[in-house]
Design a protein around this ligand. Structure first.
Ligand SMILES: NC(=O)c1ccc[n+]([C@@H]2O[C@H](COP(=O)([O-])OP(=O)(O)OC[C@H]3O[C@@H](n4cnc5c(N)ncnc54)[C@H](OP(=O)(O)O)[C@@H]3O)[C@@H](O)[C@H]2O)c1
Length: 284
C-alpha cells in the first residue's frame, strides 16, 4: 500500500514526499496542477490529480492508499471544504491520517484547523496531527519582497516572539508519523523551532548573513493590511487571515517552544540562522 501526500508541491508537502522516500515508502504525490507535479517530481514517483473541492477526483486519488498526509490549501478558508474528503478517507478505512494543523488550535476554535481536527477524530479515522509553529518560509517567501527591495522586514508582529520552524523539519516529523502508523495512532504533536525570536532578532540574523543592514520596521496591523492589499495586490481574504494571525502573535500565541520534534526524530530542528544561510538567495 502507498501513502498519499496532498499539497505535494507545497512548502511542507514536498518535504513529506522527500522524507517518506528516504524511509523507503511508496508515495503518491497529489495536487490540482498536473504540470506543476510533473515539473517537481518528473517520472520518479506516482502522481495523481486531487482537488479537495471536487469529489470526482477522490476515488482515483485514494486507490491503493492506506495512509494520508492531509493539508488545507490556504485559500480554502472554510473547514467544511475538507469534510467530503475526510468522509472519503473514512470510507476507505485509512490506517492513519497526518493532518497539517497549527500550533495552539486545541485551545483556539477560530482557525479552520480546529474543526478539521475534530472532524477527522469524530469520523473515527486514526490520526496523528502535526501542529507546527510559524514557518521560516514565510520570511523567505511572502515577506521576502520588502527584504530584497528595501532591506526591511514589514510584518505587524510588534515586539512578540515566534518559535519559527523550517518546513523541511515539519516534513520529517510528518513522515516519521506516517512511517509508524501503529505507534502514533491517535496522537498530536506541536512542532516548533529550538528558540523563540522577535523580528528585531530575525533582522539582526539576516543582516549578519546577507552583509546588509536589514531593519524591522514593525508596521501597525492597519498599515500592513492596507499595504499588502493595495500595494502588493494580495487577495483581501488571505491578508485578513494573516492580520488575525499577527494579532494573535502580538498576544503571545506563537512563542511556545516544545521538544516534540526531538522526541519524534531524535534530531534538533534547524535554527533560523542555518535556514537563512541555506536560503540566502531568497533575500538577495
Ligand atoms: N505559514 C505558516 O506559518 C503556517 C503555520 C502553521 C500551519 N500552516 C498551515 O499550512 C497549510 C499550508 O501549507 P503549505 O505552506 O505547505 O501550502 P502551500 O505551499 O501554500 O501549497 C498549497 C498546496 O495546496 C495544493 N492545492 C491548492 N488547491 C488545492 C485543492 N483545491 N485541492 C488540493 N490541493 C490543492 C497546491 O498544489 P496545486 O497548485 O498543484 O493544486 C499546493 O501544493 C495551511 O493550512 C496553513 O494554515 C501554515
Amino acid at each position: 500500500m502507498k501513502i498519499l501526500v496532498t499539497g505535494a508541491t507545497g512548502n511542507v508537502g514536498k518535504f513529506v514526499v522527500k522524507e517518506l522516500l528516504h524511509m523507503g515508502e511508496d508515495v503518491v504525490a497529489a495536487g490540482t496542477n498536473k504540470s506543476k507535479l510533473q515539473a517537481m517530481f518528473g517520472n520518479t514517483i506516482d502522481k495523481v490529480i486531487l482537488d479537495l473541492t471536487d469529489n470526482q477526483t477522490f476515488s482515483k486519488a485514494l486507490e491503493n492508499i492506506d495512509r494520508v498526509f492531509l493539508m488545507r490549501p490556504p485559500h480554502l478558508g472554510k473547514p467544511d471544504d475538507l469534510y467530503p474528503f475526510i468522509q472519503a478517507m473514512k470510507d476507505k478505512d485509512i490506517r492513519l491520517v497526518s493532518f497539517l494543523s497549527l500550533m495552539g488550535v486545541e485551545k483556539n476554535p477560530f482557525p479552520p484547523h480546529h474543526k478539521i481536527e475534530k472532524q477527522i477524530e469524530e469520523a473515527g479515522i486514526p490520526y496523528a496531527h502535526v501542529r507546527p509553529g510559524f514557518f521560516m518560509q514565510n520570511i523567505s517567501g511572502i515577506h521576502s519582497v520588502e527584504i530584497r527591495d528595501r532591506d526591511e522586514i514589514f510584518i505587524p508582529a510588534g515586539k512578540s516572539k515566534t518559535s519559527f520552524i523550517d518546513t523541511a523539519d515539519i516534513g520529517l516529523a510528518a513522515a516519521t508519523l506516517l512511517h509508524n502508523p501503529i505507534k502514533f495512532k491517535h496522537t498530536a504533536h506541536t512542532i516548533t523551532g529550538k528558540e523563540a525570536l522577535n523580528y528585531s532578532q530575525i533582522a539582526a540574523i539576516l543582516s549578519e548573513v546577507t552583509g546588509r543592514t536589514i531593519t524591522y520596521v514593525s508596521p501597525s496591523l492597519f498599515h500592513y493590511r492596507h499595504y499588502y492589499i493595495k500595494r502588493r495586490g494580495l487577495p483581501k481574504d488571505y491578508v485578513n487571515v494573516t492580520v488575525a494571525l499577527y494579532l494573535m502573535t502580538r498576544l503571545g500565541t506563537a512563542k511556545a517552544v516544545t521538544n516534540d520534534f526531538y522526541h519524534l526524530t531524535k534530531k534538533y530542528p534547524r535554527t533560523f540562522k542555518e535556514f537563512a544561510i541555506e536560503n540566502i538567495n531568497c533575500f538577495r
